[in-house]
Design a protein around this ligand. Structure first.
Ligand code: ZN
Ligand code: MN
Ligand code: MN
Length: 305
């Protein structure tokens, strides 16, 4: 089996490309980042000097995979025309930013119908994606990864069947795929703690969207119980999922080549990421698959600045 792609969500303080330095400083070979402030609708123009630095540093630092996460404000399922239009523009902008950095995947929360109902919300998301795709034909290589969600409130995408129904209504289906999240799927009712529960989830993924449609994993333990629909991330092995769920995914050959990225709580320094990645590496059956930088533990707490 191939070397794992392991990493975490990293800050872009000082420039988008600085996320690469942070990822490399803890020995990881994959990274997730925001291409701008994730709590704002729009960001500054793309910094061409930073793009140049990105293209030079990514191979130099041994970062093999990068994915961006779209703004939390975007709601392509909104029945409110003003919010929907704003969301369409914002996600088109996210795709253009990612494209500038040659980032091929942009994770997006599918959206919340806020009362209009599941069917209407799903149709709205697909309509938005069709509009966005038509407006960003130059970014066709940048794929939106609809994230599997915990299902809090009117949030859509808590089942792989719902994600399939969105994808079905998208015209350019090669431009849309799925990001799975261990905390979210567990909170949505998929029991990663047992072989039977994991097998049932894998069967459902294969049946609904196809395994190859899943292009990225978020690795978070869950504070919420199985099926609680509560989206609260915690450290690997310290939540309701426990080590076994991560062991199953890490060592399943069907996930070869798919990056696994932490979105677990952390402070300014990266000691929490170092600890969580070390826990994941301990769960890898074949040590040869551990990314080179993670084979000898780096000094916990060593900051890139
Ligand atoms: Zn997310
Ligand atoms: Mn996630
Ligand atoms: Mn979450």
């Amino acid at each position: 089996m191939s070397t794992l792609l392991l990493g975490a969500h990293m800050s872009i303080a000082g420039g988008v490309s600085r996320a690469l330095d942070r990822a490399a400083s803890i020995g990881s070979n994959a990274v997730q980042l925001f291409t701008k402030n994730n709590r704002q609708w729009s960001g500054p123009p793309v910094d061409e000097a930073d793009v140049a630095r990105w293209h030079a540093e990514m191979p130099a630092l041994g970062i093999e995979y990068a994915v961006s996460h779209a703004s939390y404000l975007i709601n392509l399922a909104s029945p409110n025309p003003a919010i929907w239009e704003r969301s369409v523009d914002a996600h088109a902008d996210e795709l253009r930013r990612a494209h500038a950095y040659a980032i091929r995947h942009v994770v997006l929360h599918p959206g919340a119908h806020t009362g209009s109902g599941e069917e209407a919300g799903i149709a709205r998301i697909a309509e938005a994606l069709n509009r966005i795709h038509a407006e960003t034909s130059e970014c066709a290589a940048t794929v939106t990864l609809l994230e599997a969600m915990a299902g809090q409130g009117s949030t859509l995408g808590a089942t792989f069947g719902q994600l399939r129904r969105i994808i079905e209504q998208v015209a350019e289906q090669e431009r849309v795929a799925v990001c799975a999240d261990t905390c979210h799927v567990f909170a949505a009712g998929y029991d990663l703690r047992s072989d039977e529960g994991y097998a049932a989830m894998m069967d459902e993924i294969e049946r609904e969207v196809g395994l190859t449609r899943v292009r990225c994993w978020h690795f978070n333990d869950s504070k919420g119980a199985l099926g609680s629909r509560v989206d609260r991330h915690t450290h690997i092995g310290e939540g309701e999922i426990g080590a076994g769920g991560f062991h199953r995914i890490l060592n399943d050959s069907r996930w070869q080549g798919i990056a696994m990225l932490l979105e677990t709580p952390k402070g300014e320094e990266l000691a929490d990421d170092v600890r969580n990645l070390a826990r994941l590496c301990e769960l890898v059956d074949d040590p040869a698959r551990i990314p080179p930088g993670l084979r000898t533990p780096p000094h916990a707490g060593q900051s890139p600045h």
